[in-house]
Design a protein around this ligand. Sequence first.
Ligand code: SF4
Ligand code: FES
Length: 208
Amino acid sequence: MDDNDRAKIELRQNGPLVVKGLTSMVGEDGAELEAKPVMALCRCGQSRTKPFCDGSHKEAGFLSENLTPAAGRDRLIAYQGAEVTITYNPLLCSHTAECGRLARHIFNPDQKPWIQPDNGTRDEVSSAVAACPSGALALIGPEHLVPERAEIKVEKNGPYWVTGPSVAAPSPGEGACTDKFVLCRCGHSGNKPYCDGSHRDKGWKSQS
Ligand code: SF4
Ligand code: FES
């Protein structure tokens, strides 16, 4: 995609994400939301009109810098199979568990190692890597398998799944993908503006 045509996400200090030029946005329930040319999305976790900002960050005293260390370590781990090698960076993982939902025989935290590429077919591996919203999973290359459609999906009780738009922030970690990543919307991440899975550890709910 031409960089000039690309939707952009800007960060407001101690305030929302400002999205410009996005045409597709999907809500928590899977229904399309109206995507306006400029949208302010809540990232403090306190708005009463989520996913949009209603100014609550001010009264909540939200700080956009990281006050706590990130929940995962920034390292790229390779899981080698006979046909395919999968890489995983724990820092990038938002713990959505899409991988386990699609192919638990390959991605299973109860097995050691938790990723076993040879437990499934190449297609099953590719589908799960493509569905990983954070870019924590890739095929060696690295190849992240990014959906064509530029959009932001709002995960219930979780982060924004971004595919396509650029964000005005440094890379979140080793092997990260510039076209597919997850952005914090609970305010608790230690790797802001990216999600580090802290919403799950804190039990954050998007609807109170
Ligand atoms: S972010 Fe990716 S690696 Fe982490 S649980 Fe979700 S699908 Fe699996
Ligand atoms: S960032 Fe403005 S209300 Fe949450």
